[in-house]
Ligand binder design. Structure first.
Ligand SMILES: Cc1ncc(C[n+]2csc(CCOP(=O)(O)OP(=O)(O)O)c2C)c(N)n1
Ligand SMILES: [Mg+2]
Length: 315
């Protein structure tokens, strides 16, 4: 792909939005304002951005428990997302689901599953429904983690996906760990190869290289959309923070974390922009604009009321 400054600026804008959003969620969590657990994706932003910039609003999505970036990129309003994080009535789900189960029918986000692996049979079901309803222009993008691929229903679902020829783009965000367990200590097979058992098209790329993710996704999405067949993409990445907001991640070495910080997808994108002549002031201005958007969203969320008990019976 030829270098395109505007595209790289979009990569930066979207990844930086996710980073700043998550930093704000972390602040809220530290203040005890996030009910339940929250899983942040600091370091993994290129996976949501590179894939979802190729997805249409009319396509469907199933996110993960680490899905704030996926949900924002699918099109959910930043203010409504932030308010949901702290359980406010103005949240996208009225404050009922919080951080882990964001669903937004207006942008065809079918929701995140807190039960690891539950998304696989649901994804195949959505793909089957698209086929039965003759919705030939739409596909499903279904995100999951590396840990989930050791579950039995992953294999059962890939088999059914192949048999039923469902238009599902399976995206594995392989951040090398499932909670404190390293993937390499649980399975010797690379994840993208697992789909090849079922003759499903599959590939992998550097999940911290947003342009690589974008290009690979574009090609695979085109395949799923036109051939009406499943495909899988494995994105190798890393969360540079704990599994959930208060995990101090003692199971990883400082060196490993520092090594991955050097591959930070936002810094890499900024470096490419600067190297290709984008003035630093332009980048600073873009980041300032996002800072304001996120600060405004946090203020909106903080000032919003909590839902009253009776509201929970509506809809
Ligand atoms: C069926 C099930 N078992 C265990 C858990 C607890 N749990 C929550 S997140 C997680 C790790 C999942 O790892 P992975 O799929 O790699 O996603 P990541 O958290 O790394 O994004 C586990 C075991 C769960 N939610 N559901
Ligand atoms: Mg993982």
């Amino acid at each position: 792909m030829d270098y395109d400054q505007n595209l790289y600026l979009t990569f930066l804008e979207k990844m930086y939005l996710i980073r700043r959003f998550e930093q704000k969620v972390y602040e809220f969590a530290e203040r005890g304002l996030v009910f339940g657990s929250t899983h942040l994706e600091v370091g993994e932003e290129a996976t949501a951005v590179g894939t979802l910039l190729n997805i249409k609003r009319s396509d469907y999505m199933i996110a993960t428990h680490r899905g704030h970036g996926q949900e924002l990129l699918k099109g959910t309003d930043v203010n409504a997302m932030m308010a949901e994080m702290i359980g406010k009535a103005t949240g996208i789900c009225g404050g009922r689901v919080g951080s882990m189960h964001v669903t937004d029918a207006s942008v065809n986000n079918l929701g995140a599953q807190g039960i690891i692996g539950a998304s696989f049979p649901i994804s195949v079901g959505v793909g089957l429904a698209l086929n039965l309803l003759g919705q030939k222009d739409k596909i499903l993008i279904s995100f999951f983690g590396d840990g989930a691929t050791n579950q039995g229903n992953f294999y059962e679902s890939l088999n059914m996906a192949d048999i039923w020829k469902v238009p599902v783009f399976f995206v594995c965000v392989n951040n090398l760990y499932g909670m404190g367990t390293a993937y390499c200590s649980t399975c010797n097979i690379e994840i993208y190869k697992k789909a090849t058992f079922f003759n499903i098209k599959s590939d992998y790329c550097d999940g911290n290289d947003v342009a690589a993710v974008y290009n690979k996704s574009k090609e695979i999405i085109d395949y799923v959309r036109t051939k009406r067949l499943p495909a899988l993409l494995e994105l190798k990445t890393y969360r540079t923070i704990g599994h959930s907001a208060f995990d101090k991640h003692p199971y990883r070495t400082k060196e490993e974390i520092e090594d991955w910080k050097k591959k930070d997808p936002i810094k890499r994108t900024e470096d490419i922009l600067l190297k290709n002549g984008t003035p630093k002031e332009k980048i600073d201005k873009l980041k300032k604009r996002i800072d304001t958007t996120v600060d405004d969203a946090a203020a909106f969320a903080a000032q919003s009321p909590y839902p009253v008990y009776d509201d929970s019976l509506e809809q």
